[in-house]
Design a protein around this ligand. Structure first.
Ligand code: GCU
Length: 344
């Protein structure tokens, strides 16, 4: 029921957005009254599944402001938060067909279009957020991967934003080992790799869209989830799953994607400004992340959550074989090796 309603809203918003685009886009703006010196503004619509308190919203909204200044108002970005334009699996499709210009999507979504992205979704691939951000901005490591969706999907990956360390939280109690998760349904993102991960951690995996999770935890459709402390707070999951154990089983990646034709349609100057401001955006996001994490832990604790340190390496041992299982081709092996080499 909820899904149908969401899709209805998405369709309506999508249609409205298309009409708006037709009016405000410089390329097709014949209905705009001609003003001698002023050029028309192209509003890029960006879909996000986080709240307006989340560092991704803050950094991306600032991106839009700087872009507008840098292009003398030729481009601006409107960030639609809270899954207003749809869940990530849908907005991925909308960016591909051009009805939405940009979206933040988790690496798990891109893994469904090109399994090589799965390498970046593995436990242990990144040693720290600093290492992760160095990799995500290193053209020699990720350049081919980022361009790999252009021909088939009309999607260009601009770069990444950290999801920080992800840990397990439950409605039932702290978890120290896979035995503690036995019989519990753990929500995962829609990815084969993360389904296998949850199973290796001892749980029954339940893939669900992010926006469905609060209700699923509240109603007992799932018992547990895994995410960073920031989303744990901003999605208010701590209210319905107050036991957060620092499993730190992986450092996740969000990718910012753009419709490739939209990017190619920019003038050289505007594109240079866009890329410069994007680089400032992920840097700002990385700076905001640690403080946001500390604040989230403090606020969730004040709201009744308890954070537990992990006292055994049972989860790490259970997850170790995943690297071998999921790295299947020479390209994936080379990507993994390059990422690991850059950590040293
Ligand atoms: C994080 C991430 C989102 C993702 C979410 C999830 O919050 O930033 O992009 O959708 O995890 O677990 O689905």
């Amino acid at each position: 029921m909820r899904t149908t309603k969401t899709l209805g809203i998405v369709a309506a918003v999508g249609a409205a957005a298309l009409m708006l685009s037709a009016c405000s886009n410089g390329a097709g703006g014949s209905s705009e009254p001609a003003e001698p010196a002023a050029e028309s503004t192209t509003t890029l619509r960006l879909a996000l599944n986080q709240t307006e308190e989340h560092p991704s919203y803050i950094a991306l909204a600032n991106f839009g402001q700087r872009l507008s200044e840098a292009t003398d108002g030729r481009y601006e970005i409107e960030v639609y938060a809270n899954e207003l334009l749809g869940a990530q699996a849908e907005t991925l499709q909308f960016v591909s067909d051009g009805s939405v210009d940009l979206s933040v999507v988790s690496g798990t979504q891109l893994e469904n279009l090109n399994p090589d992205f799965g390498v970046l979704n593995l436990p242990t691939v990144f040693s720290s957020i600093e290492h992760q951000m160095a990799v995500l901005s290193d053209e020699t490591i990720v350049g081919e991967l980022y361009a790999s969706l252009e021909a088939q999907n009309t999607i260009t990956v601009l770069g990444g934003l950290t999801q920080g360390e992800r840990s397990v939280y439950t409605s039932r109690g702290p978890v120290q080992s896979p035995d503690d998760l036995a019989g519990q349904k753990l929500r995962v993102q829609e990815s084969q790799l993360h389904i296998a991960m949850a199973e290796a951690m001892g749980a029954a995996a339940t893939p669900l869209a992010f926006g469905e999770l609060y209700g699923a935890l509240q109603s007992g459709v799932v018992d547990a989830a895994e995410n960073n402390a920031v989303s744990y707070l901003t999605q208010r999951h701590f209210e319905v799953a107050p036991h957060f154990t620092y499993t730190r089983h992986l450092i996740g990646t969000d990718f910012v994607i753009i419709n490739s034709d939209r990017l190619a349609g920019m003038s050289d100057d505007d594109r240079a400004a866009f890329e410069k401001e994007w680089a400032a955006t992920w840097a700002e996001h990385t700076d905001l992340w640690q403080t946001a994490t500390d604040d989230a832990i403090e606020q969730a604790t004040a709201g009744g959550a308890t954070f537990y340190e992990l006292e055994s390496d049972a989860f790490a041992k259970a997850l170790a074989p995943m690297v071998e299982t999921f790295i299947q081709t020479d390209e994936q092996q080379a990507l993994f090796a390059a990422i690991r080499a850059s950590a040293e």
